[in-house]
Structures are given as C-alpha cells and as structure tokens.
Design a protein around this ligand. Structure first.
Ligand code: BLA
Length: 487
C-alpha cells in the first residue's frame, strides 16, 4: 500500500492517554476488588458517602454489577440508572481491559424518552443495490432523529483506506454539504480504526472540553481501549475545531471483521447523550450492518454460481479450437468482454499472443519478468502501475490484472488483462496533501484547516477494478490449470 497513513499519527497511543473526557468519571478496578486508578473528577459524580466507602471497599451495588462481567478482554456490561450519584442517577458501563482490570465508567443518566420499539424493525434484507442505497438513507434518518445531531453521514472506506461520504442528512438550517466528497486515510489513523472495531460507538460530546487526568498509585496509565470516556486526541480536537464541529458521535460498520464504513454525526455545539439513546442508535447501525453483510454474502454466492456457467463458455471455446493458442483471438475477445478490459495478452514460454491494445513489447517483457520471478501471488492486480511498479517502462497500459498458472502438462501460462488510463476527477473534503503544516509547535502534525471541496485530476490510473475482480482472476487461473495438450 502506498503511504495513505502518516507515520507520526500512528505513534500516538490513544488508549494510554491517562485522561478522560469530563462528562463522566472513571474507576479502574483490579483483581481483589482494589481500585487502582480513578479520574480526578470522581467526587463530582459520586455521593460523599460512596466516596468515603470507596477507601475501604467497593459499594455492594457496584460489586454486584462487577460480578457479572466476563473475564475475556473487551467484555462489556452496561446498566442504565444503576447508581445514585451527586446530581441524580448514574449510568454505568463496565469493560474488561487488556490487563484484566475492569474500567467503570459513570455518566449522568439523562432519562431521555427513547423512541418506541416499533421504530426498530430489526434486520431488513436488501436484495438489490437500489435497496442497499435506500436503507442507507433510512438509517441516517433514524440516527438523526434518535440522536438529534445536526448532520449525519454514511461514510464508506475504500480499498486504500480513503473514504467517501455516500449519504448525508442535515437538519434544517445546517449549511454546507460533504455528500460525495472523499477524505484521506490519514484523517483516521490505524490505531483509531482498531479502537473503532472494539467499541460500539465513539462519543465526543464537547470537542473543546479540557481532559481530566486519571490518577493511579504508582502504576502506569491504564488501558482505556474499551472506555468511551477516553480523552480526545489533541490532533483530532483541532480537526473537529477546524471543521466547526462542537460534538461528534460515530458508529462503526464492521463487515466480515473489517471496518467497512462508519456513521459520523456532527453537531456545531456540544451535545451529550445518555446510554439508552446511544445503545438504541447503535442497534440500528448493527441491524443495518447485518443486512448489508448478508446481502454481500448472497451476492458473492450468486457470483460464484454464475461464474461456473460463464467460464463454461471459455472452456468450450478452448475445447472447440483444440488448444489455448488456437482458441485465440476468440478467447481473447471473450476475456476482454468478461473482464471489461482494453487488451488481453497470453504469454507462454515460447512467445505471446494478444488481443486489443495491451502492453507494448518492452513493457510486456518487463511486466512478465517481474510477475514470473518476483510476485508469489498467482493473481495480482493494480489500478496504477506507475505507482506500484515504477520500474516498468512507460506504457499506454495504466492498470493490470495478472494471472499465472501451471497447466496439467507443466506449462506456465501468464495472462495480462489490461486497462488504459482513465483520467477522472476526485472531489476531496479539503486538499488531502495539506495536513502537514505545523499548528502551534505543540503538535508535530496538524490537520488541514479547510474542508472546502478541492478537486484533484487523477492521472496514471485505470478505471478501478471491481471488488469481484480478484475472484474472477482466480476462476481464470482454475480454467488455465485444467488445460493440457489434449484440450
Ligand atoms: C479520529 N477522525 C477520527 C474519527 C473520525 C475522523 C470520524 C473518529 C472520532 C470521531 O468520531 O470524531 C474523521 N470525521 C472524520 C472524517 C469525516 C468526519 C473523515 O466527520 C468525514 C466527514 N487526523 C488528521 C491527522 C491526524 C488525525 C493528520 O487529520 C493524525 C495526526 C488523527 N483522527 C486522528 C486521531 C483520531 C482521529 C488521533 C482519534 C481521536 C480519538 O478517538 O480521540
């Protein structure tokens, strides 16, 4: 992968910040029910009596909650209105961190009226891409209604880590739109992405609030990976300020174990939400995700079934002709249509045949040499040879899907399916190359200041390969492997 992430951003250990956001309080409890850490604001949340008893032992009502928590890292339990605090009832979230400690998060119970059960329809399975699109819109509308945030976006990650805003809804009077804009991978470092996968949401009710230190005896900062109160990264606080965002809330969309997208909510002014609403919104996102994952799985099954049939045609072309070279150019034409490419080249040890406009001879020999000798993966694809294989001679080919296979009689065949350059515009949410300007000397790196639409003319790339291109390549490989002299 080319450098989509900025090294410096990857160095910040977000989970070891040793501080929390001030809208809640935190206790860290060790083995033996001993409190190892507490946030400096704990006495603003707990009653003086409870505080006094903390010195001795953990109050029985909290003890009871703790007993139910699983031993596994990341185990989580939440209780609404479960403790009486200084200013009313408190919501409690327990989670097991990587050191086996329990983090206890206390926030004010807001007694919000949650929307009726009828609001949640559970999982509705989309059966077409049109329905997927519709469900996206329905989801962000629900999240907007539930959370009251002024702007809700459906954000999808691309292969290289950048992301697109696929859908957006704004409350009346909210100006400016991010719809259709792309944001660079480096806006959300890998470390933040991992934390996303481990938590149901990330709430930053006041991006400018001063963090509260977490105090502990002599032990190091506790692991706050599973604690949503975790203080906000200073770089991200600047980012939100530059965007004019006072409060941010986001939910991960995890498909097949991968962070596939997220729901991002903005409010210009600070906005806090209680556990009940956060949970309900997160369930909406999960129902949606489940439907989406099932849709992808079904589409893949249909594709695999269809491939058997489609590749049957190619097999017949080869059988009819006698062997793969004799099947040319008919087979070349079939492959070009099936893969949507401008050129197809088949290399054998003794030479090559081609169809359409593929690599020029010099570029082909360089590509072939690299693919045969240095690439261990038998199916390899690239949108931009210029970036991924800079040593390859300049060519009219911008991107390739390369497949190699040993036939039954021991021949190594290579097929190159190639696409020309496709010059196109990408509209970014601000110039993505701008984050490196120093802010105030405190931060090594600072986010860009402007998120105004900024158009990049993309050169040196082909039309992107579809998500199933690799699967198609593997199927082609299988076909080649079954060929022998007698075909
Ligand atoms: C975190 N960056 C985030 C998060 C989002 C984004 C959603 C998760 C926290 C949150 O929900 O606020 C980015 N927000 C977006 C994007 C959109 C949006 C793309 O609304 C599009 C509409 N950020 C930078 C640079 C660095 C950086 C250069 O721009 C690196 C130094 C870091 N982003 C950064 C960090 C976090 C973050 C450290 C984690 C913040 C935290 O959880 O405390």
């Amino acid at each position: 992968v080319d450098k989509r992430f900025i090294d410096e951003c990857e160095k910040e250990n977000l989970h070891l910040s040793g501080a929390i956001q001030p809208h809640g309080a935190l206790l860290v409890i060790e083995e033996g029910a001993r409190i190892s850490h507490f946030s400096a604001n704990i006495d603003h949340f707990l009653l003086p009596d409870t505080m006094a008893s903390l010195a001795g032992k953990i109050p029985p009502e909290l003890m009871e909650m703790l007993a139910g928590l699983g031993k596994q890292i990341g185990s989580r339990l939440q209780f609404e209105s479960a403790l009486t605090g200084r200013d009313g009832q408190l919501d409690v979230v327990l989670s097991r961190n990587s050191n086996g400690q329990i983090t206890v998060e206390l926030t004010c119970c807001r007694n919000e009226e949650t929307l009726s059960r009828a609001f949640t329809q559970g999982v509705v399975l989309p059966v077409s891409s049109g329905e997927v699109e519709l469900q996206r819109q329905v989801l962000i509308e629900k999240v907007c209604t539930l959370t009251g945030f002024q702007r809700v976006m459906y954000y999808r990650f691309l292969e290289d880590g950048d992301g697109d805003v696929l859908a957006e809804i704004r409350q009346e009077g909210v100006s400016g739109s991010y719809l259709g804009l792309r944001f660079p991978a480096s806006d959300i470092p890998q470390i933040a992405r991992t934390l996303y996968q481990q938590n149901p949401w990330r709430l930053i009710p006041d991006a400018s609030a001063k963090a509260v230190p977490v105090i502990g005896g002599d032990t190091a900062a506790p692991d706050l990976s599973y604690s949503d109160l975790r203080s906000v990264s200073p770089v991200h606080a600047v980012y939100l300020a530059n965007m004019g965002v006072g409060a941010s809330l986001s939910f991960p969309i995890v498909v097949g174990g991968q962070l596939w997208g997220l729901i991002a909510c903005h409010n210009a002014t600070p906005r806090e939400l209680g556990l009940g609403k956060l949970t309900q919104a997160s369930q909406e996102v999960r129902s949606h995700t489940l439907g989406l994952a099932t849709y992808f799985a079904q589409r893949r099954i249909r594709l695999v079934d269809g491939l058997m049939h489609r590749f049957g045609e190619a097999r017949e072309i080869v059988h009819g002709a006698g062997d793969i070279v004799a099947a040319w150019p008919k087979l070349g034409e079939w492959l070009a249509a099936e893969f949507g490419v401008d050129g197809v080249q088949l290399c054998l040890d003794e030479g090559y045949v081609d169809w359409g406009e593929g690599f020029e001879p010099e570029a082909l020999s360089s590509m072939d040499d690299w693919f045969v000798r240095q690439q261990s993966d038998p199916v390899w694809l690239s949108d931009s040879l210029l970036r991924q294989l800079p040593d390859c001679p300049l060519s009219r080919v911008a991107g390739v899907l390369a497949v190699k296979a040993k036939t039954i009689d021991g021949q190594m065949l290579r097929i190159y399916l190639t696409r020309h350059e496709h010059i196109h515009d990408v509209a970014w949410g601000g110039n993505p190359d701008k984050p490196v300007e120093c802010h105030d000397g405190l931060l090594g790196i600072a986010p860009r200041r402007s998120f105004e639409k900024w158009v990049e003319k993309r050169l040196g790339r082909c039309r992107p390969w579809a998500s199933e291109a690799r699967l198609l390549g593997l199927k082609l490989r299988e076909l080649l492997m079954q060929l022998g002299r007698n075909d």
